[in-house]
Design a protein around this ligand. Structure first.
Ligand code: SAM
Length: 242
């Protein structure tokens, strides 16, 4: 997958060199480039913002540098990327969207700052590429960079070959509409708290059932909305666990 990120704070994206994302880049599974929006400005102050039409507090990112950045990174005659614009007013980011994005060949992220990017940039881009405004959640951040780090981490771990054991993707929270059961490691007893006996029994059938029951109970307690969405898929044994 190829990913381009445009930001006025490219250094904010430095963690993308670390850990499994860094490894995915080194191995070529992820081809990633971070670009400074200011390199598409032409004035001595490298200006990217201006006052909002209609008045009000804050500044808005001007369309010209964004237009030039998108023209340079996604020339009209070339295959187009999917443009992702982090925004608290966007579609909520979910594991389902992470899967959808992991299937794309190319992603282009536009990191807003101040009060956001002039809306015409998105309207203009939408004539030639899919554009998605995406929200991390119902709160407001300073800028889109942190959102890009989150989205890319969720997407990269879904790329084939990135995780050593792809089976872990199948068992984790949100894989099948449930939260994952609690997990434990050695020692068997720690500060008076014991690992549930069944996990040490070696009985794989009972362990699988225990994990599903715990996942159901945890989801019911913490995310009743998720459990309600699964209602038609629960069998009698599932219902008995709740
Ligand atoms: N004026 C905007 C509004 O009220 O919708 C908020 C702008 S925010 C201060 C600056 C930038 O941070 C946004 O353009 C976006 O890129 C990013 N951002 C803030 N909150 C976000 C969120 N919940 N999800 C994704 N991006 C967010």
């Amino acid at each position: 997958m190829r990913v381009d990120i445009v930001s006025i704070f490219p250094e904010y994206l430095a963690p993308l060199d670390l850990s499994l994302i860094g490894r995915a880049r080194a191995s070529g599974l992820l081809r990633l480039a971070v670009h400074d929006l200011r390199s598409w400005t032409h004035d001595v102050h490298r200006t990217v913002d201006d006052t909002p039409y209609g008045g009000g507090p804050g500044m808005v990112m001007r369309p010209e540098p964004w237009g030039e950045a998108l023209d340079a990174l996604a020339p009209a005659e070339a295959p187009q990327p999917r443009l992702l614009v982090p925004s608290p007013a966007g579609t909520p980011f979910t594991q389902a969207m992470a899967h959808e994005l992991a299937a794309e060949e190319r992603l282009l992220f536009a990191c807003g700052r101040y009060e956001g990017i002039d809306q015409r940039v998105l309207e203009h881009a939408a004539a030639r590429m899919p554009v998605t405004e995406v929200s991390l959640g119902d709160y407001v951040l300073f800028g889109g960079e942190v959102a890009v780090l989150v989205i890319l981490e969720a997407v990269t771990r879904l790329l084939p070959g990135v995780l050593g054991n792809a089976g872990s993707l199948d068992e984790e929270s949100h894989a099948h509409g449930l939260l994952e059961a609690p997990v434990y490691t050695k020692p068997p007893s720690w500060r008076g708290h014991d690992v549930p006996e069944i996990l040490r029994s070696g009985d794989h059938g009972r362990i699988a059932r225990w994990r599903r029951d715990e996942a159901l109970r945890r989801t019911a307690a913490r995310r009743p909305d998720m459990l309600a969405a699964l209602a038609d898929d629960l069998d009698k044994r599932d219902v008995a666990a709740l």
